[in-house]
Design a protein around this ligand. Structure first.
Ligand code: UD1
Length: 345
């Protein structure tokens, strides 16, 4: 059994990826500092897969502790590095925290990989690196735009760090996955997106509004140059996204990567507007969602969706689930989580 270290493995995308890795036969070691997730996620992963992943509560800003994880698990053959702070607005408020956390963590991981001779890493990047793209859909060759917030800048800097690091260390294989907008939850409804506090992202805000935790959804802008005036994104099912990580790990471990540093867009290739997402969600629940149109949110781009051909052809991976099925999974998760929460009270 091959061992993969998953940093941020109790987080949203991380936990779904751990499930898919274990179901594909990998042994998983999770590292997470639980700054934006809960230890109980490990129980849920075990409930879904029948296997309990190893869990190390470690903060990757701590270099020694990071090295100790590799020392304790000498069989690690690859790393998937999810662990990062990711709230765009917060990153404007506390930029140094974002730079320190996201960049130091990557550097410590790379140092540990060097010391323990681990050669493969999959990195969580974001379509935010494309900014407001000149051409749609966006290919991997689209130019990187100046980041509009420290969060996006940390993703750009991390990609550059890995490229620079490979110059004297060409034996290191990197796959950088640029996610579009991951949404939804595992069909079991045992894991899903669990933002702490008021959600920043669209779909958790929608499900929390539908369940009565939020008064109403604010739609940020209906004066964009799009068919219905609301902004367009490429919403991808989180389980589909997780599966792309398994394929990427297989590619690296089997030596099938064509270049030492590869980049893939992970999206569906289809753009949906905020108002379309609301309509699809209303169809799923059969009830109207309370929302109102407000002004644009600062820093938002008008539209972005992926050209997925390179990922489809080269990885042999494709997003399969459609928007309604994915929103239904998000809704099921919200209901399941809140009913369990009531039981606990
Ligand atoms: C943002 C970042 C992305 C980052 C992700 C992680 C940008 C361009 N994108 O994605 O890089 O990885 O957050 O958190 O910075 N919306 C509403 N009302 C709401 C919430 C959102 O109308 O209450 C709209 C937004 O204006 C946007 C769409 O819904 O048009 C999606 O927003 P969100 O889920 O926050 O994701 P992004 O901003 O696309």
């Amino acid at each position: 059994m091959r061992t993969v270290l998953v940093t941020g493995g109790t987080g949203y995308i991380g936990s779904h990826t751990v499930v898919e890795l274990q179901e594909a036969g990998y042994k998983v070691v999770i590292v997470d500092n639980l700054s934006n997730s809960y230890a109980e996620v490990v129980d849920s992963i075990e409930a879904i897969t029948g296997t309990r992943p190893v869990f190390e509560k470690v903060d990757l800003k701590d270099r020694e502790a990071t090295l100790e994880v590799f020392e304790a698990h000498p069989n690690i053959e690859a790393v998937i590095h999810f662990a990062a702070l990711k709230a765009v607005g917060e990153s404007v408020e506390i930029p140094l925290e974002y730079y320190k956390n996201n960049i130091d963590s990557l550097i410590h991981i790379l140092e540990a990989m060097q010391q323990y001779d681990v050669k493969n890493i999959v990195f969580s990047s974001s379509c935010t690196v494309y900014g407001e793209p000149d051409q749609l859909p966006v290919t991997e060759q689209a130019p990187i735009k100046k980041a509009n917030a420290p969060y996006g800048n940390t993703k750009q800097i991390c990609e550059e760090i890995m490229q620079d690091y490979r110059v004297p260390n060409p034996q290191i294989n990197v796959i950088s996955l640029r996610y579009f907008n991951p949404i939804g939850a595992h069909p079991s409804a045992l894991i899903g997106e669990l933002p702490i506090g008021v959600p920043n992202n669209l779909v958790p805000f929608i499900t929390q509004t539908a369940i009565g935790l939020r008064e109403e959804l604010k739609v940020f802008g209906d004066d964009y140059n799009t068919p219905d005036g609301s902004a367009i994104r490429d919403y991808i099912n989180v389980v589909d996204l997780a599966k792309a990580h398994v394929v990427s790990i297989e590619r690296l471990l089997n030596g099938n990567n064509k270049q030492g540093y590869e980049i893939f867009n992970l999206g569906t290739g289809k753009g949906n507007s905020v108002l379309e997402v609301i309509k699809a969600f209303e169809k799923v629940t059969g009830a109207p969602l309370k929302y109102k149109i407000v002004g644009r949110r600062e820093g938002d781009v008008e539209q972005v969706y992926a050209d997925t051909r390179y990922a489809n052809d080269e990885l042999g991976w494709k997003a399969e689930k459609d928007l309604e099925e994915t929103l239904a999974s998000a809704w099921k998760w919200e209901q399941h989580y809140r009913s369990k929460e009531k039981e606990r009270e």
